[in-house]
Every structure is written in structure tokens, then in C-alpha cells.
Design a protein around this ligand. Structure first.
Ligand SMILES: [Zn+2]
Length: 265
């Protein structure tokens, strides 16, 4: 028997359930940020007894020693909890308006104002922190996100086909694309979301400048280029929104249509 094996057995005999982890140890989960005793560990999806055992978050899917599950007193876990506490304190000291401003700055303004030269924000717009602007940006981002997920899934399917992947893998991706398409269409079928898209395009962005950039550099920069990629996605969302609007107009005109006379959400 090798030395390592005997050490492991020795450890197991003395209450070790993982390398350096004993039953009486306090553990911490990176997913739910909760601590729990090691004897509460659950069996994870891989069949190992390394799943999060938090009683406050019974559905947490955190799993794996050194992946999601750590000893509560290790440097990493202590550091994470400390920064979470600092963040909590920072948020508590901010006004609601400051919080909105922060979201808008990091989730919108910096996406479209890369530097002085590449600034696609409508600089005439004054209000960058109201609840109304935040709501529109949140819905706009939701649409962008749904579309990006769909684009990624489509290019994955293309890649699988190109690589001659097993049919079942391709079929799985096709199913996922169907699901993502459905979700994306559902989003664009809602008037509030389309209104938010138009609000962002008309009030918050400089559409002419975006168009000019796309025209001037569209060929020069590959689609992967982050700014050009963002701008391309914006224009394809514009097409998708307009398709959704056309579909709505046509279905409303059709006699006996389910949409006719119904107020849109
Ligand atoms: Zn957890």
C-alpha cells in the first residue's frame, strides 16, 4: 500500500471527509455565501458528498471542494465574506438615486461611451438617474441579453455541425435555440419592452453616430471586436423589434385575430 493511501485511510478513520476537511469543520459556499457544518454536506450532482449544506438556502447548487465549497476560515472564504460585507455597507450608505446612477453608468453608459472619440451617448440627454430611465435601460438590457444568448447558441450549433458532432448534441442545441427564440419573441411581443427599446434609441443614444460608425468601420473591424460587436447587436435588435411590430400590426388587422381590440401589455 502506498504512503498516500494509508494517509487517506488514516484521515478517513479520524473523521476526514475530504482532504483537510473533517466532519466538525465549518464550511462556506461560494454560491450562497452561507456557512454550514461539514456533517450537513449533501450529495451533489456528480454523486459526491460535496454539495452545499446550507439550511438557509436549501436549493443552493454549490458543489465541489475547492470549487464552490471551502473551509469557512480559509483565506479565500474570509476575503470573500469581508468584501461582501464591505459592499453591503457601501450600498447601505448610498441613496437610491446614487444606486441607479451606478447601475446606469456601468451597465449602459460605459458600453456606449468607450472614450471621447467613440461616444455614442446622446449628450443632450440630461436625466441619467431617474427611475424611469433605469427601468427603460433594464428592459433594453434584457432584450440585448436574450438576443446575445440566442446568437451564441446559433453559432454553437453551426460549430457542432462543422465539426461533425454526434446528432444528439446538435439536436440538443436545436432544442435550446427553439427555447431561446421563444423567450426572445415573448419579450419583444411586449409593448413595454419595445417602448423601452425606442426610448433608449431615441433619447439615450445617438443613432446617427452609431450608423456612421457601422458604415465607416463595419468592414474594417471583425464582428468580434467588442465595440463593433455591440453596435452590430444593437442594429440587429432594431430589426428584430421592427419585425415584432410588423407581426403585431398584421395580426391586429386580421379579422378574428386574438390580438384584435386587446390592450397590449
Ligand atoms: Zn450554497
Amino acid at each position: 500500500m502506498s504512503q498516500t493511501n494509508s494517509i487517506l485511510i488514516e484521515k478517513k478513520d479520524s473523521g476526514y471527509i475530504g482532504e483537510n476537511i473533517r466532519e466538525q469543520d465549518e464550511l462556506w459556499c461560494l454560491h450562497c455565501y452561507d456557512t454550514f457544518p461539514a456533517n450537513k454536506l449533501k450529495v451533489d450532482v456528480f454523486g459526491n458528498k460535496q454539495g452545499c449544506g446550507s439550511t438557509n438556502h436549501p436549493n443552493c447548487d454549490g458543489a465541489g471542494f475547492g470549487i464552490d465549497i471551502f473551509k469557512a476560515d480559509c483565506k479565500f472564504a474570509v476575503g470573500c465574506r469581508r468584501s461582501a460585507e464591505e459592499e453591503k455597507a457601501r450600498l447601505a450608505s448610498m441613496t437610491e438615486e446614487e444606486k441607479r446612477e451606478e447601475y446606469i453608468e456601468w451597465n449602459f453608459r460605459r458600453e456606449y461611451k468607450v472614450n471621447k472619440k467613440n461616444n455614442f451617448l446622446n449628450e443632450y440627454h440630461q436625466d441619467w438617474s431617474s427611475t424611469k430611465v433605469l427601468k427603460h435601460i433594464e428592459r433594453f438590457n434584457e432584450c440585448i441579453c436574450a438576443q446575445s444568448g440566442l446568437i451564441r447558441a446559433e453559432s454553437k450549433r453551426e460549430r457542432l455541425v462543422r465539426l461533425n458532432a454526434p446528432t444528439i448534441c446538435i439536436q440538443h442545441e436545436v432544442k435550446r435555440i427553439e427555447q431561446l427564440t421563444h423567450e426572445f419573441k415573448k419579450l419583444l411581443s411586449r409593448k413595454t419592452y419595445r417602448d423601452s427599446f425606442h426610448f433608449v434609441m431615441l433619447q439615450l443614444l445617438d443613432e446617427k453616430k452609431l450608423e456612421k460608425y457601422k458604415r465607416d468601420y463595419g468592414k474594417k473591424y471583425a464582428a468580434e471586436d467588442s465595440l463593433m460587436g455591440r453596435i452590430r447587436r444593437l442594429f440587429s435588435l432594431m430589426e428584430n423589434v421592427s419585425c415584432a411590430e410588423d407581426a403585431y400590426k398584421i395580426s391586429r388587422r386580421a379579422p378574428g385575430s386574438a390580438f384584435s381590440g386587446k390592450k397590449q401589455r
